[in-house]
Design a protein. Structure first.
Length: 225
């Protein structure tokens, strides 16, 4: 009989992270879900263990950072975080620090959300930061490292982003004609990202970058099983 596992989630108050949290709470393979975040998710559950901290000081909580798997759903936007230094501290600093803590504490599985177009040599600041994050997470050398590269993430966020919501509607309509090589540009539902994250952590899938079309395919495969 397999032992029940402990998972850590960073970013559980966000759209995808919150969906992931609910999936893990309802998954019998997991006995404990540790959350490291600034704000509470306001859920009472016997599996849940919340650590309300300043994520910029994550390395100070090494003694609590023990689990079988780490799921990192941290991310911000230019509109929400216009200061580039703060943006880098969130999208690069937190995931890389988490991966290094995972390595030191012997955690063998690290799953992180990046973005389509991530490239450390990009002239686009957002893509460049995501690319550098990916490279340094991989350098950590955690055996089972999965970097998801979704396109535009669908769903309804708590905060209102009128322009983004309109673009999501357009992208969802275009999904029907984005097939074959264009599938990697389809918008993707956060539920599919969360489902794929859990799937990857519980299979022998090859470590590395998981493209947008693979996120969609793996989620649909898991739903059929």
């Amino acid at each position: 009989m397999n032992k029940e596992k402990t998972a850590i989630i960073l970013g559980a108050t966000g759209l995808t992270g919150n969906i992931l949290l609910n999936q893990l709470l309802n998954d019998s393979r997991y006995a404990t879900i540790k959350l490291f975040s600034r704000n509470s998710v306001n859920i009472q559950h016997p599996k849940l263990e919340e650590h309300l901290i300043d994520l910029f000081e994550l390395e100070s909580y090494q003694k609590d950072f023990f689990a079988d798997e780490v799921f990192c759903c941290i991310g911000t936007t230019k509109a929400k975080t216009p200061n580039q230094n703060t943006y880098k501290a969130i999208d690069y600093g937190i995931p890389v620090t988490a991966s290094r803590l995972s390595k030191v504490n012997g955690i063998d599985t690290f799953v992180v959300i990046s973005a389509l177009g991530a490239n450390p040599n990009s002239n686009i600041f957002y893509n460049k930061i995501k690319g550098k994050m990916e490279a340094d997470v991989l350098k950590t050398g955690i055996p089972n490292t999965y970097i998801l590269q979704p396109s535009l993430i669908g769903g309804n966020r708590k905060e209102k982003r009128a322009g983004e919501q309109f673009f999501k509607i357009i992208m969802k309509a275009l999904n029907y004609i984005m097939v074959g090589p264009l599938k990697k540009y389809q918008s993707v539902d956060p539920e599919k990202i969360a489902t794929t994250m859990v799937y990857l952590a519980n299979t022998n899938f090859s470590s590395g970058r998981i493209k947008n079309n693979d996120i969609i395919d793996l989620a649909e495969k898991n739903d059929r099983n």
